[in-house]
Design a protein around this ligand. Structure first.
Ligand code: FE
Length: 225
């Protein structure tokens, strides 16, 4: 038997995998990056075949991994996680460093990075497994903790409304919110805003409130059953 719940017990970090050069770079949010050998140090990453970054990794023969902190801004997830680099250059407006191979390394919200030379590309069906040799790695911020996938899904999502300015609104539990509570879904990332648990009506959130998962604004939400 397969119990899918067991798969959720695997621990992952969250990273931005990047490739390209100073004229055209791209990166995407990934939870699969792992060291696979120690002599020499090899690191593997996994990427969906639809990812634009795949083409850049194959073309340039290198990739970088930025390890994100627990305090990563929603905008960073929104930019690198839910938008395609085919449409615009994701590196524009981000803090970027170029490695010895010429690949961009995203420094936004990163606590450390690794730069790898591509050694092997393995076709595993829907995804490609890239194995690279570590060329360079550096700590960017030793004071912050790396974000885990579990933290991203549970803690960050659960606490984000506290960051919204409306957190100060009066306690409305027990009033109309309970029986009239509605749910709103982000059309970009499928995050659900549930008025019953957030204790704040969606319409009362300020115009500058953004999706805690992907950074989309309120206009990207629609009511859902
Ligand atoms: Fe979203």
């Amino acid at each position: 038997m397969i119990n899918l719940e067991a798969l959720f017990k695997i621990s992952y970090g969250i990273y931005i995998i990047s490739s390209g050069d100073s004229t055209k770079g791209n990166g995407f949010v990934s939870n699969t990056a792992l060291q696979v050998t120690s002599e020499p140090i090899k690191v593997a990453i996994c990427s969906n075949k639809n990812n634009f970054t795949d083409e850049l990794i194959k073309k340039h023969g290198a990739f970088s991994i930025s390890i994100l902190s627990q305090e990563t801004a929603p905008e960073t997830f929104g930019k690198f996680g839910y938008k395609s680099g085919k449409d615009f250059n994701k590196m524009d407006g981000s803090k970027i460093k170029y490695g010895s191979t010429g690949v961009p390394i995203v420094l936004d919200d990163a606590i450390a990075y690794m730069e790898c030379k591509l050694l092997q590309t393995i076709d595993i069906g829907s995804h490609l497994l890239f194995v690279g040799e570590l060329l360079n790695s550096e700590i960017i911020d030793a004071t912050k903790q790396p974000i885990t996938y579990a933290y991203y899904r549970e803690v960050k999502k659960g606490h984000s409304p506290k960051n919204a300015p409306t957190y100060q609104t009066p306690e409305i539990e027990g009033t109309t919110i309970d029986k009239d509570a509605k749910k709103y879904k982000c059309v970009v990332c499928s995050y659900i805003y549930d008025e019953a648990t957030e204790k704040t009506k969606f319409t009362d959130l300020p115009y500058f409130w953004i999706c805690p998962l992907c950074g989309s604004d309120k206009t990207k939400f629609s009511e859902t059953p």
